[in-house]
Design a protein around this ligand. Structure first.
Ligand SMILES: CC(C)(COP(=O)(O)OP(=O)(O)OC[C@H]1O[C@@H](n2cnc3c(N)ncnc32)[C@H](O)[C@@H]1OP(=O)(O)O)[C@@H](O)C(=O)NCCC(=O)NCCS
Length: 327
């Protein structure tokens, strides 16, 4: 669907770009829901995403990576950048619908690209609507090219009373002295998949903001895998849901089996949290991971496309068993 017309004939207001301030979070949240809800044709656009939250949680995770556009001092759009070590992605990018096609998103993307440069990002990307000529055209102007589809998937989880409670298997339960070594082990695992990939910020955001937990899959004293999960209202999951924002297992001969174990752990964790749905996304370039998820009972609710700077593959390779969707 493409709800817009080309912008060249429209008046171009002089938007100012700055960092998002705490007092503007409510307005930013409203614009995000209004923009997506309008684009998707929802009867009440403000109902988009229910009680899930992206604005406050991402702002708290890194306020220096949250940009806003203002017109005459009024907030009219935002964009959030995320740094995972050598990997960077951005979004949600949203502009107030009455101001679409006036070049404001492009103004927000300029500083976002500069931030990626300052961070020394090697692999940059975003997730967007695969069928929108506007979205794909907009991001191509910044050197991002459509690559593989990304499936957003759901798995209904029934309560079986098998809570995931193995000792030390949750980051939140580790003694303080073990947290830094655990982050190091996670870093070492992701670095073995793609040089410099590091989601420690995501693990810490979940821990500090109490958004859910990070599940740790040990094989003896070695970390075999982990999954960063958001749970419930006020997180990226929403009520009744657990969302695997990032999950990965070590590559190698045991990867498929370990990935199944990780999915089982996520299911059991969801059970222990009393949610009905486990959500996760995967780039289809990681074909075996996608197949394992289908095998585990996940069903796609929507497909989007990953756009990657210069068309670089990054960690989207068939041998990689990793869950993320950059949504
Ligand atoms: C997507 C969104 C952020 C774009 O914001 P915007 O301020 O309208 O975008 P801009 O005016 O800066 O840029 C639009 C660009 O789209 C491109 N475009 C539009 N229609 C196009 C088409 N049919 N084919 C190719 N490119 C097209 C053009 O490059 C255009 O820029 P130009 O005309 O100045 O060259 C906004 O529409 C929005 O909030 N949508 C709802 C939420 C959303 O989908 N967010 C993005 C999720 S990835």
């Amino acid at each position: 669907m493409n709800a817009s017309s080309p912008s060249s004939s429209q008046e171009r207001p002089q938007a100012t770009i700055c960092l998002l301030r705490e007092e503007d979070l409510a307005a930013a949240d409203r614009i995000l829901r209004l923009a997506f809800g309008t684009f998707l044709g929802m009867p009440d656009p403000l109902q988009f995403m229910g009680d899930a939250d992206y604005v406050r949680t991402r702002w708290l995770a890194d306020p220096s990576a949250a940009f806003c556009a203002e017109l005459s001092g009024e907030l009219v759009g935002t964009n959030f950048a995320t740094r995972w070590g050598s990997v960077g992605f951005f979004g949600p990018l949203t502009i107030r619908p009455d101001l679409w096609d006036r070049g404001i998103a492009q103004k927000l993307l300029g500083p976002t690209m500069e931030l990626f440069d300052r961070w020394g990002i090697h692999h940059a990307g975003l997730f967007t609507f695969a069928s929108s000529t506007k979205h794909i055209g907009l991001y191509q102007k910044f050197g991002f090219w459509p690559r593989f589809l990304t499936a957003l998937m759901d798995l209904p989880v029934r309560v079986q009373g098998s809570a995931f409670s193995a000792n030390g298997a949750r980051f939140s339960e580790l003694p303080l002295s073990e947290k830094e070594p655990c982050l190091k082990a996670c870093r070492e695992l992701t670095d073995s998949i793609y040089e410099g990939l590091d989601v420690a910020r995501e693990i810490l955001a979940v821990d500090n903001q109490k958004l859910g937990d990070t599940l740790l899959l040990w094989d003896g004293s070695a970390l075999a895998g982990f999954a960063v999960c958001h749970v419930g209202a006020g997180t990226e999951a929403g009520s009744g849901k657990c969302y695997i924002k990032f999950g990965a297992v070590r590559s190698g001969l045991q990867a498929a089996r370990e990935f199944q174990r990780l999915l089982e752990a996520c299911k059991a964790f969801s059970n222990s949290q009393g949610v009905e749905t486990l959500m996760a996304g995967v780039n289809l370039a990681r074909l075996d991971a996608y197949r394992e998820m289908l095998q585990a009972g996940f069903r796609a609710t929507r497909y989007g496309v990953a756009m990657q700077r210069n068309g670089d593959a990054g960690y989207n390779r068939p041998d990689v068993f990793l869950i993320d969707d950059w949504r």
